[in-house]
Design a protein around this ligand. Structure first.
Ligand code: SAM
Length: 302
């Protein structure tokens, strides 16, 4: 997979057989399921995208794959064919039985009826990895867009032992996450994700690849978790606090935005900026991760 470039290219619009642009009726095999808007249910109907995700997420015979939000199972079966074992976590009560029926013959699947935000992922990983003697853990998800960021952050900050996270998201969010820290498109989430993971693009997903058709285009990113964080810092929480504060008022200079943080003032921030070799008039979006780490460490000592 090429960094920041699509492995599978543009799918959907450019292809004759996929995308099914403008499709209004539920595709066959949905067993009368009515998509629930409140649960962000836009189901994948494009075989090219499904193949690109299943093939690009690192699922293989040695992998425990955790699928978040399997829905009607568009990705689930292709994942069971590649994975050592698949745990699929779905919140919607009405989809659990159809998912169990659909995956019954696979023999390597557990359908878990749970809210992913409440699930103890560490326990699930250690239990299944031990039981099936698996070497790697791959998380895959086509998630509701409103929980993309909380789920990614929960997995990055709290879960142990995950090797990669392959996740569908709104194109604008993907652009932000895959920007390099210090680039114009970067936001606070860019720094958090790059601290923990290397980012690469799996595939572009035009809106016509879903039923029902959403209002936005999407993209699938793969986050490969680093063995060590990208930079060293004495206190990652404090560094992220500085980053969030800097970006919450991104038009202000760092001198002004960071001075408003609890426990700091203009004099302390000016001294820390000087000691870090960062000009006072720079804004958050111009700093690299290494510069934020250095600045945060010095400011914490002030
Ligand atoms: N993976 C399927 C596909 O690609 O066709 C469904 C994708 S749909 C965008 C998102 C799925 O996530 C839905 O099935 C929805 O019910 C489920 N979901 C929503 N919130 C969830 C949560 N907190 N925990 C687990 N699943 C959730």
């Amino acid at each position: 997979m090429e960094n920041k470039k699509s492995a599978a290219g543009n799918i959907g619009r450019d292809r004759k057989k996929v995308g099914r642009a403008g499709r209004r009726k539920a595709p066959s095999g949905y067993g009368g399921v009515r998509p629930k808007k409140g649960l962000g249910q836009n189901f994948l109907i494009d075989e090219g995208v499904i193949d690109a995700i299943a093939g690009g997420c690192g699922a293989d015979a040695g992998a425990l794959v955790i699928e978040i939000g399997p829905g009607t199972g568009a990705l689930t079966l292709p994942l069971t064919e590649r994975a050592g074992f698949l745990a699929a976590v779905e919140l919607d009560d009405s989809l659990i039985e159809p998912l169990r029926v659909k995956t019954f013959g696979a023999g390597n699947v557990k359908i878990i009826h749970e809210d992913i935000l409440k699930l103890d992922i560490d326990s699930l990983i250690s239990e299944l990895k031990d039981e099936y003697k698996l070497e790697s853990v791959r998380v895959v998800g086509n998630l509701p867009y409103y929980i993309t960021t909380p789920i990614i952050m929960k997995l990055l900050e709290e879960a142990e032992g995950i090797d990669s996270i392959t996740v569908m998201m709104q194109k604008e969010v993907a652009d932000r996450i895959s920007a390099e820290p210090g680039e114009r498109l970067a936001g606070a989430i860019t720094y958090s994700v790059h601290y923990y993971a290397e980012v690469s693009k799996v595939v572009d997903v035009p809106r016509e690849c879903f039923y029902p058709v959403p209002n936005v285009d999407s993209e699938v990113l793969r986050l490969d978790i680093r063995k060590e964080p990208a930079v060293r810092t004495e206190d990652a929480d404090f560094m992220f606090k500085c980053i969030k504060t800097g970006f919450s008022q991104r038009r202000k200079t760092l001198l002004n935005s960071l001075s408003a943080m609890e426990g700091t003032n203009k004099e302390k921030v000016a001294k820390a900026l000087f000691a870090s070799g960062i000009e006072e008039n720079r804004r958050a979006e111009t700093l690299s991760l290494a510069e934020f780490a250095k600045l945060a460490d010095i400011l914490r000592e002030e």
